[in-house]
Design a protein around this ligand. Structure first.
Ligand code: MN
Length: 409
């Protein structure tokens, strides 16, 4: 595919990607946009130029604060919009060329792409679950008996999901020192979790189940997800019902939603599941994604250091299994629901997806390029996660989720 637009070969936003997001310009109203190279296509303006004639897409869906109404049009329509844009970008006579529908990305502000009704966080990396089990519980029996039989998860907090660029205050809460009584104060063990999240694109009715066979029809696309975690608060509160305030203060996502159609060429087989899973969790074919992930820490006024190189393909449980399990009891899902993967760790220590694992609970500090070291995050640290797929010269990426940790309020 040859486009008339100049796009750097290392851009995440190639002609093959065309992710959707919500942007505004100069404090104006929010519109649906598509990222291409260093530009954003204003879909409202593109519509007025006739770009989507015959596709049954109305202006109110494109001039909207969130993608939810656009997603509700259904994959046949939303993907037709994406493919139509591809045609326009490769057609020298397109009305989009030299039009004001193309806006330099530096001139826009990005917003939360979807109104998130419910948020679920899974725990689907066997390396991460094993590492945490060794540190928090028993080095000999790190995985709990249920772990290989079902994709463990918990219901998170949708209200505190924010877009890249929104800075986060260090949370305060209750922790328990190794000796003595519980205390209240700012968390001393602030951490990130490197995750991907998928966005539900097709709702179900209460009582309905989604099968692994049709699960991917219910997923619109994906974003990078930083599940900020206060390890000291988490460690004291999590027994017996799981994560609560150590997680609910904030989660950050990347602004561009990469569609499952754009990710299709990067599917790979997941790890073998042994013991075999129950029938309702069985899947056919490749349902993992070869998606390179990095985490950088940038101290205030200093240079960034890559502290983790991981890959989404390592996940033990795939998204189809997560969605089938989530709805096996008849729990309904809605457009805009967000389901995060759980921390994505690989086998090697430099692929671990959290400071908890990288520093092994503070025992092995991580060295940064400026000569400083970290066991957990310092105030003023900016955490940036990036992700992209690449195959046969085709690149489809997510851009970044970047946020700074501010002192406690
Ligand atoms: Mn998490």
């Amino acid at each position: 595919m040859n486009t008339w637009l100049t796009i750097s070969p290392d851009s995440d936003f190639s002609i093959h990607n065309l992710p959707f997001g919500i942007f505004s310009k100069n404090g104006g109203s929010k519109h649906v946009g598509v990222a291409i190279g260093d530009y954003v296509i204003d879909l409202g303006a593109a519509q007025e130029l006739g770009a989507f004639d015959g596709l049954n897409v109305t202006n109110d869906v494109l001039e909207n604060d969130f993608l939810n109404d656009f997603i509700a049009l259904g994959k046949p329509t939303t993907n037709a919009v994406r493919l139509r844009l591809q045609e326009h970008l490769c057609d020298d006579s397109s009305p989009l060329k030299d039009s004001d529908a193309l806006i330099p990305m530096n001139d826009v502000q990005m917003h939360l792409p979807v109104k998130v009704g419910d948020y679920t966080d899974f725990y689907s990396s066997i390396e991460h679950a094993t590492n945490v089990g060794k540190m928090f519980r028993d080095p000999e029996n790190a995985l709990l008996p249920n772990w290989k039989h079902l994709p463990v998860g918990y219901h998170g907090r949708a209200s505190s999901i924010v877009v890249s660029g929104v800075d986060i205050h260090r949370p305060k809460g209750q922790t328990k020192p190794p000796e003595g009584d519980p205390v209240y104060g700012p968390s001393q063990r602030m951490d990130f979790e490197l995750e991907m999240a998928f966005i539900v694109g097709k709702p179900t009715e209460l009582g309905d189940q989604i099968t692994t066979e049709n699960a991917m029809d219910h997923i619109f696309g994906m974003v990078l997800f930083n599940d900020w975690s206060a390890r000291d608060i988490q460690k004291w509160e999590y027994v017996p019902l799981g994560p609560f305030l150590g997680k609910s203060f904030a989660s950050s996502i990347s602004p561009w939603v990469v569609t499952m159609e754009a990710l299709e060429p990067f599917k790979v087989a997941g790890p073998e599941q042994d013991p075999p899973v129950l029938d309702y969790l069985k899947t056919d074919g490749a349902l993992n994604f070869d998606l390179n992930l990095t985490v950088e820490i940038e101290p205030d006024g200093s240079e960034p250091t890559v502290v983790s190189n991981s890959n989404f393909k390592y996940m033990y449980w795939n998204m189809a299994q997560q969605l089938a399990h989530h709805t096996v009891n008849g729990c309904n899902v809605n457009i805009g629901d967000m389901m995060a993967s759980g921390t994505i760790s690989g086998k090697s220590p430099d692929s671990y997806g959290s400071m908890l694992e990288l520093s092994w609970a503070g025992k092995n500090p991580v060295n940064l390029n400026d000569g400083s070291e970290r066991k957990f995050l310092n105030d003023g640290d900016t955490v940036t996660m990036k992700g992209h797929c690449e195959k046969d010269g085709t690149r489809v990426g997510f851009g970044e989720v970047r946020s700074k940790l501010l002192p406690a309020k």
